[in-house]
Design a protein around this ligand. Structure first.
Ligand SMILES: [Zn+2]
Length: 354
């Protein structure tokens, strides 16, 4: 976090002196503690960064020296604990903490306005990981600012930011080409096929994408991702009601590293999608580790059993439960290998999948 500076032995020496000074003062000898004033900034940072984010902010206001030290050394900050002053706090902190790489601004009650995000984009050019989830007041201005100011973003969470447009999201994707994890859950306007095509064109390193409840996306968008983002590992399509088998077939072909796929409530999905996944299963323990097909009511037991048999990490047993089929009453006959094994060894009936 802090480059160069003192060796560990020097820091230990300073720390011992500091403790000694404060110890003497506490004994009431009248000795004035001078240690904090002369504290090497590396040690100050080491101490302050062990505390919580509120203390870090308070410490940054103590004096110019402390402010400069924290400004140079602070790379992670969360303001998610802020109940109602997040916007003003961020406006005052962004110019100070210019080395931030990880910033969490998750909100329960919407507080952030575009001016605060613009401030981040103006000062924090090293930002890698930004959580803006539930920033319901933010408009496209924020995404345009981030596109220009924070091109090194690898992780962006804008879940629940329902006001962003797909034009602004596509614009951001064309600048932030290093994105590996993108959470667009509930971004009903932003997550369109057009935006997904732009993301697929620019962000070929994408590994994790959450499109939960983005009801406007169709096979067109998902297929473009499948063929241009070969490293995709986690994809959440829950509630994407327009998705059909064509999306899953494309993912099975284009994304060999897919580990987690959520198709909850994608009711157009049929056995064809399941067989395409099963056919593409790599050998060994690799492959799908989580699959949610709850409420995919058109599926039949042989197709789902084929997927379960092809991926040893998929389980219907209560302990692991990584193949989730709740709401599919016709699938109660599907079981993972453990359940069959238990039946063979004990003669007992397997648990019903749920
Ligand atoms: Zn199992």
């Amino acid at each position: 976090m802090v480059e160069g500076g003192l060796e560990k032995s020097d820091l230990d020496f300073w720390f011992q002196n500091l403790m000694l000074a404060s110890g003497i003062a506490m004994k009431g000898t009248g000795t004035v503690m001078t240690g904090w004033k002369d504290l090497p900034m590396e040690l100050l940072l080491r101490i302050v960064l062990l505390t919580d984010d509120r203390t870090v902010i308070v410490a940054s206001g103590v004096c110019t020296g402390w402010r400069e030290a924290l400004s140079a050394g602070l790379t992670r900050l969360s303001l998610s604990w802020c109940k109602d002053s997040m916007n003003n706090l961020l406006l005052s902190l962004a110019p100070k903490f210019t080395k931030l790489q990880v910033l969490s601004l998750r909100q329960n009650k919407p507080q952030l306005e575009d001016d605060a995000v613009e401030s981040i984009a103006t000062y924090c050019h090293d930002l890698r990981d930004l959580d803006l989830s539930k920033s319901l007041r933010l408009r496209d201005r924020s995404l345009y600012a981030l596109a220009h100011g924070c091109p090194h973003l690898t992780t962006l969470n804008i879940s629940g930011c329902s006001a962003f447009s797909d034009t602004a999201l596509a614009y951001l994707a064309s600048f932030c080409k290093n994105l590996k994890a993108l959470n667009l859950c509930g971004c009903v306007k932003a997550a369109s096929d057009k935006a997904l095509q732009a993301i697929a064109c620019s962000c070929y390193q994408l590994q994790s994408l959450n499109l939960g409840w983005c009801e406007g996306i169709s096979d067109k968008g998902v297929i473009s991702l499948a063929f241009r983002c070969p490293d995709l590992r986690n994809l959440d399509l829950c509630g994407c009601v327009l998705i059909t088998d064509d999306s899953v077939v494309a993912l099975a072909e284009g994304c060999p590293r897919l580990r987690s796929l959520d198709l909850y409530y994608c009711q157009n999905i049929t056995d064809r999608a399941m067989y395409s996944l099963a056919r593409r299963a790599p050998g060994g323990a690799a492959g799908l580790m989580n699959l949610n097909i709850s409420q995919c009511t058109a599926l039949t037991p042989p197709a789902v059993q084929a997927v379960c048999d092809s991926f040893p990490s998929l389980h219907t047993c209560p302990d692991r439960h990584s193949l989730i089929i709740s709401g599919c009453l016709s699938l109660t006959a599907v079981h993972c290998a453990c359940a069959l094994h238990a039946r063979r060894t004990t003669g007992a009936l397997p648990h019903h999948a749920h």
